[in-house]
Design a protein around this ligand. Structure first.
Ligand code: RB5
Length: 142
């Protein structure tokens, strides 16, 4: 898949691990995030990634900040972006199945019970169900 990733300084290690794992599985990952601990503002990283995604060419995007919260809030301010904060395999699956999320978000300072890459793989393996969920997702769009 063609995947976009961006992060702030709170998730450099997590971003690096995700990129390495996805690349090793043959995915193309474009890294728009920062690679040092120098402080940046997560709304800027979210906006950059959202605009790049909307320009086309990507299957989905991944956003990471310290908690996963700020960067997902920021991304969801952009019309056309549906960013889900994913916590486990269930939310990884349902955000695609029912919400057709085009971004998923994780926190570099969060202790997850499941490896983040497993959650990403579950998301990638899931299809949007459409039907009544299409109607609901359409109501999210301005
Ligand atoms: C940065 O210190 C931190 O606030 C940010 O990465 C994120 O957790 C915000 O939601």
């Amino acid at each position: 898949m063609n995947i976009l990733i961006a992060n702030d300084h709170g998730a450099v290690e997590l971003k690096t691990a995700i990129v390495a794992a996805l690349a090793a599985k043959g995915h193309r990952v474009e890294n728009l995030g920062v690679d040092t601990g120098d402080s940046v503002d997560y709304p800027d990283m979210a906006k950059l990634a959202a605009e790049r995604y909307l320009a086309g060419g990507f299957d989905f995007g991944i956003l990471c900040c310290g908690s996963g919260i700020g960067i997902s809030i920021a991304a969801n301010k952009v019309d056309g972006i549906r960013c889900a904060q994913v916590f486990d395999l269930y939310t990884a699956e349902m955000c695609k199945r029912h919400n057709d999320a085009n971004f998923i978000a994780f926190g570099g300072r969060v202790e997850y019970a499941v490896p983040v890459v497993d959650m990403i793989e579950r998301y990638m393996a899931t299809e949007f169900e459409g039907g009544r969920h299409r109607r609901r997702v359409d109501k999210l769009c301005r």
